[in-house]
Ligand binder design. Structure first.
Ligand code: ARG
Length: 273
C-alpha cells in the first residue's frame, strides 16, 4: 500500500550562479576547456528557483562571491537539521572560502546553534536526512570522522555509506530522499561499496532503484517536498517509477550547471527548522 503523498512547505537556501565557471577540475564532470554560458546558467537557475516559489516554498538567497565559481552549489555549504547548523569544511582548497560565507549567512539570520566543523564535510553533498537517519557518504569528499561529528551535533543516528565511483563523488549524486516522513529514498546501487549496498537494502527495502542511464543524467540529484520531485529533465527513466509511487516528477533543465558536476539538489540546501 502506497502512503498518501503530501507536499509540505520547505525553506531552501540557494546562491545565484553569477560567478559560475569551470576553472578547475575536482570531479570527472568538470572540464575547464569547455566554455560555460553564464547567462544561460543564470536563466536555468532562475527557472529552478521559480518552480520552488510556485510550489509554495521559501527560497533564501546567499550572495555569490567572485572567485568562487562553485558557490552556486549551495547544498555543500552546511547541513541544517532541527534548526541546528553544521557548517562545512571543504576537501579542496578551491572551495574552502565558501564555508565562511555560509557560516556568516546563518549567523546573520539568527540561527542560534551554528557549529564550525573540525572534520571535512561538504554539507548536504554527503549528508541526506531521512525520518530516522542522517545518511552520510564518504570515500571522495567527507571525512569518515565527520560522521561522528554530525551524529553528536544532531543527536540522530548517522549511517556511513562508502561511495566507490568517482562520477558519483557526493552522496547526493547517487541517492535522494523522496519522503522524509517515511524513510523513502531512491538510489543507484553501483555507486556504493558492496557492504553499503547491503546496508541500503536492509534499511530501505522498498527503495526506488535507479539505473545507469538515469544516474548518469544526474537523476538522483533530486529534491522532493513529499509530493513533487524536482529532478534533471534528462533522467526520463525515473518519471514512470516516481509516478507509480504517487509522486509528481518535475523535470528541470540545468545543463549548464552539469558542467560543474551538479544539478537540482546541489543547488538547493534545505533549511530544516
Ligand atoms: N564542482 C562542484 C564540486 O565538485 C560540484 C558540487 C556539486 N554539489 C553537490 N551537492 N553534489 O565540488
Amino acid at each position: 500500500m502506497q502512503p498518501p503523498r503530501r507536499a509540505t512547505p520547505r525553506r531552501y537556501l540557494m546562491c545565484p550562479p553569477a560567478h559560475f565557471d569551470v576553472t578547475y577540475a575536482i570531479n570527472p564532470w568538470m572540464n575547464p576547456a569547455k566554455p560555460v554560458d553564464v547567462p544561460l546558467a543564470v536563466a536555468q537557475w532562475e527557472d529552478l528557483r521559480s518552480r520552488y516559489l510556485a510550489l509554495g516554498h521559501t527560497v533564501e538567497e546567499l550572495t555569490p562571491r567572485p572567485g568562487l565559481p562553485d558557490m552556486v552549489f549551495a547544498a555543500n555549504g552546511a547541513t541544517v537539521v532541527d534548526g541546528r547548523v553544521l557548517g562545512a569544511r571543504f576537501a579542496h582548497r578551491e572551495r574552502e572560502p565558501e564555508a565562511a560565507a555560509h557560516l556568516e549567512w546563518f549567523r546573520a539570520h539568527g540561527f542560534p546553534h551554528v557549529h564550525e566543523p573540525v572534520h571535512v564535510n561538504e554539507g548536504e553533498g554527503d549528508f541526506a536526512v531521512t525520518a530516522s537517519y542522517v545518511l552520510a557518504g564518504r570515500g571522495f569528499r567527507a571525512s569518515p570522522l565527520s560522521h561522528g561529528e554530525a551524529q553528536e551535533f544532531f543527536a540522530r543516528p548517522v549511517i556511513g555509506l562508502d561511495l566507490v565511483d568517482p562520477r558519483y563523488y557526493h552522496l547526493d549524486t547517487a541517492l535522494a530522499v523522496l519522503d522524509d516522513t517515511t524513510d523513502e529514498v531512491m538510489y543507484y546501487p553501483p555507486a556504493f561499496s558492496p557492504g553499503s549496498r547491503e546496508v541500503l537494502r536492509r534499511l530501505f527495502p522498498d527503495a526506488l532503484v535507479a539505473g545507469a542511464e538515469d544516474a548518469a543524467a544526474f537523476g538522483l540529484n533530486a529534491v522532493s517536498d513529499g509530493l513533487h520531485v524536482l529532478l534533471p529533465q534528462a533522467a526520463t527513466g525515473l518519471l514512470g517509477p516516481l509516478r507509480e509511487r504517487g509522486f509528481e516528477p518535475v523535470g528541470i533543465d540545468l545543463s549548464e550547471l552539469l558542467k560543474g558536476g551538479g544539478s537540482v539538489k546541489c543547488c538547493t540546501q534545505e533549511l530544516r527548522c
